[in-house]
Design a protein around this ligand. Structure first.
Ligand code: ARG
Length: 583
């Protein structure tokens, strides 16, 4: 289905043309004064300059044509030249039925579907997932679902940090603690030597310990660097140990992500880009882009238009090791070969913007992808505590994601304690869903680039713009539908103002999806879902569906709230939020 403003723009453009004006003047937008009209077109003002004519005269001409269309209940010209449009009830009903019958629920499908790789999640092996990774997972997952719902082919890649210094730190520390492990000896044999059993708990303890130690102990720091370098250069025992670390870490990560209902199509890591580094280096050399500077190999990425200094990007350090930028550049080569994408989106903390600017500019200079391939950094802000500083544990440490999930699940359990709707057995799984709805909606309602305050009480509130309010709305509709289960459901008219309001919101949904997709901003989906729920609440207060005597009216209302439910669930699904039957 086309979005309503697109459809109306086509009609109004044709009307402009019919009157002898440029069709481009017929752009229709949603009205910002719903008390006056539903849609508006301000093209007559630009027309006035083009045709040296008063804007209202142009608008009058166009209005006369539009009145013949039969879909507008009101076509009004307001001086000096606004064209205000309102649809007839019949046409609104027709559009609503179309949404009801549409297998995409009115979500406009891309005219030219694209292949999009979304780089999100970005956890690091051997380091616990912390809340910094939460936003990437929540926002990236939602963008993936949104782009898919619009008909694109989308691949989510977790881009695991599995190749950097953190692994060297863990290896060096394990070596000090367990020097007898076979994997540390020079004559290690991968075929015959046994590997130690590792656990996620051990890794989570070892990494912060080793990281702290490396800051106080130069000797240890050097060992960690050597271990990293030797690993990256294929030392057998280290590779075998690294594979064990990877196995344990990935299993732990997957279990955490599944609690978030976030999943990735690819579990590629930085290490998978390693084999493309020689090709990258060759391209940079052939194109005469890389040069030596203080022993390192760098590429200039400065532009004349830069207002702030833009340092060259380092692609190889003086100790010959590759770094973050090298990996990201090599990964671009890998993605081009694997997916030939139209777009690559990076959902990463906005503090990494400089890094990505450097990487993208270097990739462009080296033509690593065709010029039309979009490389876009979708930076997100920080989740803060009530003190306005990055959210921490009570004792001031970095909050682990698993602890956060537990905290919100406990808060939800407390809320469900006295609920008569939920069986004892279901409480735990309900609590998880409620908690996730609260956290995800609380995050996604903010534009991704903004910092926000994690306020669990607010997120858990059953009123206002919260995930819980939306789950309540769905559960309320569920219970009405259960009680009216035997009644007919069929859209057949518009009986009250409240329905008109709901239908308009439903009809505007296509535009919301288009906008969210263009802006890569799920917050518009949150807002629209909330608006739909509010419209439903008004409707529900004003009309008594259950005891309505007029059968036709009742049937239409039941069908309408069914559709509202479908649409709210669709919105929530795109946000990665699951609903519950009853609460
Ligand atoms: N692992 C990185 C971190 O924790 C994030 C990775 C983001 N993606 C990328 N292609 N660099 O900061």
């Amino acid at each position: 289905m086309k979005s309503i403003t697109k459809l109306l723009t086509e009609k109004v453009s044709a009307a402009f043309e019919k009157c002898g004006y440029d069709s481009k003047l017929g752009v229709v937008t949603a009205s910002d004064r719903l008390d006056l009209c539903q849609f508006q077109c301000n093209g007559a003002f630009s027309g006035a300059k083009l045709y040296k004519k008063a804007p209202f005269m142009i608008a009058d001409d166009v209005a006369a044509v539009l009145k013949e269309e039969g879909i507008f209940g009101k076509v009004e010209v307001v001086k000096p030249g606004f064209l205000n449009l309102t649809l007839t009830d019949e046409y609104m009903l027709e559009l609503t039925k179309e949404i009801e019958a549409d297998k995409f629920n009115g979500v406009p499908q891309a005219e030219k579907p694209q292949t999009i790789v979304i780089d999100y999640g970005g956890p690091n092996v051997a380091k616990p997932l912390h809340i910094g990774h939460l936003r990437s997972a929540i926002i990236g997952e939602s963008l993936k679902r949104l782009a898919r719902a619009c008909g694109n082919t989308v691949y989510g890649d977790v881009h695991l940090g599995d190749w950097g210094l953190q692994i060297g730190l863990v290896i060096a520390e394990l070596n000090e603690r367990y020097p007898d492990w076979k994997c540390f000896s020079a004559d290690f044999n991968a075929e015959t030597d046994a590997m130690p059993e590792l656990t996620a708990d051990l890794l989570c303890e070892v990494y912060p310990f080793a990281s702290k130690k490396s800051k106080e102990d130069e000797d240890f720091k050097a060992k960690a660097h050597t271990a990293t370098f030797e690993l990256q250069n294929g030392r057998e025992g280290y590779i075998a140990l690294w594979k064990e670390i990877l196995k344990v870490s990935i299993a732990d990560l997957k279990s955490n992500y599944s609690k978030l209902d976030v999943d990735f199509d690819y579990w590629y890591g930085e290490s998978d880009a390693d084999k493309f580094i020689p090709e990258l280096m060759q391209i940079l050399e052939d194109k005469k882009l890389s040069y030596e500077s203080n022993g390192a190999l760098v590429v200039d990425v400065e532009l004349e238009s830069d207002k702030a200094p833009m340092p060259p990007v380092i692609v190889r350090k003086s100790d010959n090791s590759s770094i973050y930028a090298t990996t990201d550049l090599a990964t671009i080569i890998q993605r081009r070969k694997d997916f030939n994408p139209d777009k690559i989106w990076y959902v990463v903390d906005k503090r990494q913007e400089l890094h990505f600017t450097q990487v993208f500019r270097c990739a462009r200079r080296a033509d690593l992808v065709p010029a039309e391939t979009e490389l876009e950094f979708l930076g997100f802000g920080t989740m803060n505590g009530s003190d306005g500083k990055p959210y921490k544990t009570r004792d001031g440490g970095v909050m682990r994601l698993s602890d956060l999930i537990q905290t919100v699940t406990d808060a939800s359990l407390a809320r469900l304690e006295n609920s008569s709707f939920v069986n004892e057995d279901d409480k735990e799984s309900y609590a998880q869903k409620l908690g996730m709805a609260a956290v995800k909606f609380g995050d996604l309602i903010n534009h991704r680039s903004k910092d926000y305050i994690f306020d669990l009480d607010k997120f858990m509130s059953a009123e206002g713009k919260t995930g819980i309010y939306l789950l309540y709305t769905v559960s309320r509709i569920n219970s009405i539908l259960k009680k009216t289960g035997d009644c007919k459901a069929e859209l057949n008219g518009v009986y009250t103002e409240a329905e008109r309001d709901i239908m308009l919101k439903l009809i505007m949904t296509g535009d919301t999806f288009n906008y969210a997709m263009e802006e890569k901003a799920p917050n518009y989906i949150c807002e629209n879902a909330y608006q739909l729920a509010v419209s439903f609440s008004h409707f529900y207060h004003e009309n008594h569906i259950m005891d309505e005597q007029d059968e036709a009216k009742k049937a239409s209302w039941i069908a309408l709230i069914k559709l509202v439910r479908t649409m709210i669930v669709k919105h929530l699904d795109i946000l990665g939020i699951e609903t519950v039957e009853n609460m």
